[in-house]
Design a protein around this ligand. Structure first.
Ligand code: ADP
Ligand code: MG
Length: 447
């Protein structure tokens, strides 16, 4: 048995598993053209047609290839891409620069994304306040707003902005210790430190940093031990006037299931929100991205994409990458017809009717619970709350009858749905943050 025979087979099996996972359209465009060229020393080299493929995979499924293959092989591997077309020298230079910087920072234990800097952050009315606050904090860490709390919807640039703060500080004062971490990773570290009796190490790591950037803090809702630990980390840093920057997908008052003392800490400095971009900002972002990708995009194409993609900037970039991949693959220039054809299935969203499944997905994502739980009998407070809200929204946004809605939730009867709607209506009248949560959810269902 040689490893090469095995890997061929594994590769084919992985592809079919991936096809199942990403759906036919994405698979045909992005994964089918990939070729396995070499497997040596646990390094798998895959050939892709052009650079857009790498970017798309990185943005959409960064771990999918390696995880799928690893699960079949039973050990860890590294996936590397080789681009078959001649690469643009300038783009390659930038890629290398980022790669080197990533490594260099990595050695110091700093995990910032070198791509996310202020220079390529487009400022418009929707984000100018958050941007100005971030810039101020970067120029004077610990000395202006502490903490800085940035919140806004998915894909609106929070991660970019807080990385930009970190990159700016590291550039200016190379010795400053900057810690960027997602709240999810922070949670995992708390759990692991408790399990392995390494709390002291954990504490010293976070309490001795000079700048703490914590992303997606809403994740710690409902997690008591993590909140407790974050509370003490916060206080320790705050007392020493170290800068804390927090991002969240919602305002402090709208984060349910966190302790009041933490909520009040979040609101002690400056709270800045990022709104959905207007069409001019979206177009400016497209032009900027096109410039770095060396794509030529005409005004009508930029306008077309900007008007079709409602608010998520990641989706905006996704359209551009897809367009770039197509144009490069078929050696055509990008014009409005090509854009319409290539982006057709991404644009369907516009007229897609709201379904109960969609509502369930959005509500579950929002509250960080599993879809199967909302359909099951489980009755923890969190799940029951999400279920009632999803039922209420289903009543509002779909044409289904009460009993039909009940069936979508694992066969509940219509009385249960009526009760859920009443409960939600009542709470909306009484609780401000509950009402805000419903408003947020509505924005996600019909952007
Ligand atoms: P969030 O963390 O809010 O979900 P991200 O920061 O990950 O969003 O942004 C999604 C993508 O959009 C990133 O690639 C980011 O670089 C880009 N982006 C967001 N806002 C801007 C902006 N104002 N200018 C340029 N690019 C942006
Ligand atoms: Mg983010």
């Amino acid at each position: 048995m040689t490893i090469n025979v095995n890997i061929e087979e594994t590769w084919l099996k992985s592809l079919s598993a991936i096809a199942q996972k990403v759906g036919e359209n994405s698979f045909d465009l992005w994964f089918k053209p990939m070729k396995m060229v070499q497997f040596k020393d646990k390094n798998l080299i895959i050939e892709i047609p052009n650079r857009f493929y790498r970017e798309w995979v990185d943005d959409n499924y960064p771990q999918l290839l390696s995880e799928t293959i690893e699960s079949l092989l039973g050990y860890k591997i590294t996936v590397k891409f080789k681009i078959s077309e001649k690469e643009d020298a300038a783009i390659k230079r930038i890629e290398n620069k980022h790669e080197n910087r990533r490594k260099e920072l990595g050695k110091r234990g700093i995990y910032l994304n070198p791509k996310y800097i202020f220079e390529n952050y487009v400022v418009g009315t929707s984000n100018q306040f958050a941007h100005a606050a971030a810039k101020r904090v970067a120029e004077n860490p610990g000395g202006s707003y502490n903490p800085l709390f940035i919140y806004g919807g998915v894909g609106l640039g929070k991660t970019h902005l807080i990385n930009a703060i970190g990159n700016f500080i590291v550039d200016k004062q190379s010795t400053t210790s900057v810690c960027y971490i997602s709240a999810e990773q922070f949670t995992n570290e708390v759990i692991s430190a408790m399990r392995h009796d390494r709390m002291a190490d954990f504490k010293s790591k976070y309490r001795n940093t000079e700048v703490l950037l914590i992303d997606d803090i809403q994740f710690i809702a409902g997690k008591t031990a993590t909140q407790e630990e974050f509370f003490h980390t916060f206080n320790a840093l705050y007392e020493k006037q170290k800068q804390i920057v927090i991002s969240s997908d919602r305002a402090p008052i709208e984060i349910s299931d966190i302790t009041d003392r933490l909520r009040s800490r979040f609101s002690m400095g400056l709270i800045a929100d990022i709104q959905s971009p207007d069409i001019e900002t979206k177009m400016a972002i497209i032009y900027k991205k096109a410039l770095t990708e060396k794509m030529s995009i005409s005004e009508d194409v930029a306008h077309f994409i900007a008007s079709k993609i409602k608010s998520n900037i990641r989706d905006l970039e996704g359209c551009l990458i897809r367009l770039g991949a197509h144009a490069s693959l078929t050696a055509t220039t990008i014009n409005l017809d090509l854009a319409k054809a290539v982006l057709k299935d991404l644009m369907l969203d516009d007229d897609k009717p709201v379904t109960v499944e969609l509502i369930q997905k959005i509500v579950c994502e929002y509250f960080g619970i599993k879809i199967q739980d909302i359909k099951a009998k489980k009755r923890t407070k969190e799940i029951a709350n999400a279920r009632q809200i999803a039922m209420f929204l289903a009543k509002q946004y779909t044409e289904h009858s009460l009993s039909e809605i009940g069936r979508f939730f694992g066969g509940k009867d219509h009385a249960t749905v009526i009760y859920a709607c009443k409960q939600v209506e009542e709470r909306m009248l009484q609780e401000e943050n509950f009402r805000k949560n419903i408003e947020n959810l509505r924005k996600r269902i019909v952007p």
